[in-house]
Design a protein around this ligand. Structure first.
Ligand code: 1GP
Length: 236
């Protein structure tokens, strides 16, 4: 069970060592550097790989996932932007409900559409309260989901959503600042959420360096997701 493995890693991480997860967006833009991204991931202490994205700009998503699966031994966890991104190569998928928004399609619609395929593939699901945070610039995930992120400065509202997620029985919450956004999470917000909930917190979006990762980990993030940082590094 992938969830159990992640939980064991989090529980035994008493020194707050950053538990890093690489996110690969199996999109056209990453076609030429996929093998370099995989090499980078293998050499930089990642504990798992998330795969998915808001939008795919060609039809080769599933082909790229076959390639990633053949070349990576780490747990491969789906981070699907929609039902069309469910794939047999995943060891588990994040079964997310976009609770920062009020768009029924992403609260329950995509979940219902994907459930029969997930059942047929016998995929492990990890239920996630997905919370988009907004810090000024509209991000792809907000545009595609037709929702607005919660204002990063309104700590009480973000905390209320995180608590609701926990009470609804989600296994983890995911604080999403948007891919390649200028700013990653507000550290004080992260501390506030962490101090008030008991389920693990995943943080991603706008993380630019190992120093950022260190800081976010020290503030309490249980799992830290990076994507653009890897893409930018291999494109240098
Ligand atoms: C995962 O959307 C993020 O939660 C990825 O963001 O591309 O900024 O790392 P970056």
């Amino acid at each position: 069970m992938i969830y159990k493995k992640l939980l064991d890693k989090i529980k035994s991480n008493i020194d707050n060592y950053p538990l890093k997860i690489a996110l690969i967006d199996p999109d056209k833009k990453n076609d030429s550097n996929l093998s370099n991204q995989i090499e980078y991931i293998k050499n930089n202490n990642f504990i798992a790989v998330f795969c998915g994205g808001s939008i795919m700009m060609d039809s080769k998503y599933h082909q790229r996932l076959d390639y990633i699966r053949r070349n990576i031994k780490l747990p491969l966890i789906g981070f699907p932007g929609s039902v069309s991104q469910i794939n047999k190569n995943f060891d588990a998928i994040l079964y997310m409900s976009l609770i920062s928004g009020r768009n029924a399609q992403y609260l329950i619609g995509e979940q219902v559409l994907s459930a029969p395929t997930i059942h047929d593939l016998d995929l492990e699901t990890i239920s996630i309260g997905y919370i988009i945070l907004n810090n000024g610039k509209k991000t792809s995930v907000e545009i595609i989901s037709g929702t607005d992120g919660l204002p990063m400065s309104n700590h009480d509202i973000v905390l209320a959503h995180a608590l609701a997620s926990q009470y609804m029985g989600h296994k983890m919450i995911y604080l999403e600042c948007g891919s390649d956004s200028d700013k990653s999470i507000d550290i004080n917000l992260l501390k506030k959420v962490k101090n008030n909930i008991s389920i693990p917190v995943i943080v991603g979006g706008g993380i630019k360096s190992e120093e950022d990762i260190e800081l976010i980990s020290k503030a309490g993030a249980d799992l830290i997701v990076v994507s653009s940082m890897i893409e930018n590094y291999v494109n240098l």
